[in-house]
Write a protein that binds this ligand. Structure first.
Ligand code: HAM
Length: 420
């Protein structure tokens, strides 16, 4: 046994499962591209202060879960726990908001949170995310939600649902916060929860303990205390979602773990996953860009958890990207044949055909078994006699038909049979 193991709480994807991982990532990314989102590649670590300011000091993510360390130059560095703050930092730094608005970006990659690992909760998690910056239009909120829904549907998922609410804007939120705090201060809560009431009262509404749930059952809700403008925005979002045929349920108790949200917030929930049922989430964050030193521009986006989406696919028996890894499996019999087939495999790959070769001097029987396992449609067998005749045997692995093909026309023949 190796003395090394991957760090705790990190899912790894290797063949054949990794093909599904790529398909999930690509399908969700493709849904974003189709709606006009351009790809942005961001650093995996940033200045710690960016997340403290952007995500919020009082959140669990910042106060408990960040991988923070000094680099060799003594700067405080943090492995990104989420993508939005980094996108906004990059937009401000490079003036990307000076072009046409909304600026629509998408990204994918690994994020890091020091959480207690369990099924569906990892310390390195993967997301595909989008951010649409600079236009405060409810139709854009609906687009973002519809893009995520479309991505999940393209994967073949049907068991997810969307929870939606509005967290208000900077006119009604402070008033609501004070009202909620007043209510919560009157409850016999424990010391730590009392502290939370002062720091982040909304989070108390999300407490999972039954006794706390019971106590906050009658708490005032943001959804009932929206300003006219926020209420109007919320109504329009719902209207657009209905027009788009994207079903949702309203959950006025929906609380997100990041501080930047305003107005529309949403979560994609999959009930087949147990405790970690949030497969994706997002919302509007109209104050974030200004908070980070940029222009007063609004934003809305989502982050979809690829690891949990993989689990949802498993639960639903959906197998995206489940295809053979090659089209033609080359079987050389002897050294001379191998030289020719290695070169021919290169030509076939140049022609866009997926090719594998039986390495290691496998005999015919073993090589044909490997050809079957590879999922290839054809085997290309080259023996000593074929070589003298300048031809190879193309064997259809499903029907068993075998044909002798001149070596000079193998690429052309392969193209023809594979396109059929
Ligand atoms: P978030 O809700 O913190 O939002 O994360 C988005 C998704 O990432 C979650 O719904 C979940 O599927 C996945 N996820 C989060 N933590 C873990 C974990 N420990 N293990 C496995 N999966 C996890 C954000 O990150 C925001 N930046 C989304 C956003 C973009 N809002 C606006 N724009």
């Amino acid at each position: 046994m190796s003395t090394f193991a991957a760090p705790k709480g990190i899912p790894e994807y290797y063949p054949p499962e990794s093909a599904r991982f790529l398909a999930v990532r690509d399908t969700l990314g493709e849904a974003a591209r189709r709606a006009g989102y351009g790809y942005i590649e961001l650093p995996v670590f940033e200045d710690t202060a960016l997340f403290a300011r952007g995500v919020g000091e009082s959140t669990d993510v910042v106060s408990k879960e960040m991988y923070t360390f000094p680099d060799q130059g003594g700067r405080s560095i943090t492995l990104r726990p989420e993508g939005t703050a980094g996108v906004i930092r990059s937009v401000i730094e490079h003036g990307l908001d000076r072009g046409q608005l909304p600026l629509k970006l998408y990204y994918s990659g690994a994020f890091f949170r020091y959480e207690r690992p369990q099924a569906g909760r990892y310390r390195q998690l993967q997301q595909v995310g989008v951010e649409a910056i600079g236009v405060d239009d409810p139709a854009l909120d609906a687009e973002v939600i519809a893009v995520a829904d479309e991505g999940y549907r393209r994967l073949g998922l049907t068991g997810h649902r969307i929870e939606l609410t509005s967290l208000g804007d900077n006119t009604c939120r402070p008033e609501y916060r004070a009202k909620l705090q007043e209510f919560l201060r009157g409850l016999p809560l424990d010391e730590e929860t009392r502290r939370r009431v002062e720091l982040n009262p909304l989070r108390v509404l999300d407490d999972k303990r039954p006794e706390v749930r019971e106590m906050v059952a009658d708490a005032p809700l943001m959804a009932d205390n929206l300003s006219d403008q926020a209420a109007e925005h919320y109504e329009r979002v719902k209207e657009h979602l209905r027009d788009l045929d994207v079903p949702f349920t309203e959950n006025p108790r929906l609380v997100r773990g990041l501080d930047y949200y305003t107005k529309t917030t949403f979560e994609f929930v999959h009930d087949g996953l147990g405790a970690q049922s949030g497969i994706g989430g997002g919302g509007r964050y109209d104050g974030l860009m200004a908070d980070l030193g940029g222009a007063e521009l609004s934003g809305v986006g989502f982050g979809l958890g690829l690891d949990r989406t993989m689990l949802a696919c498993e639960v639903e028996g959906v197998r995206p990207g489940d295809q053979s890894r090659c089209d033609i499996y080359c079987v050389p019999l002897g050294e001379q044949a191998k030289r020719r087939l290695v070169a021919l495999a290169g030509q076939l790959r140049h022609a866009g055909i997926r090719v594998e070769i039986a390495y290691g001097g496998k005999g015919l029987k073993g090589a044909m078994k490997a050809a079957d396992r590879s999922g290839a449609r054809y085997a290309l067998v080259l023996g000593e006699r074929d070589l003298t005749e300048d031809s190879a045997q193309l064997k259809d692995l499903s029907g068993g038909q075998q044909e002798s093909i001149p070596l000079s026309s193998v690429v052309e023949k392969a193209r023809t049979v594979l396109s059929g």
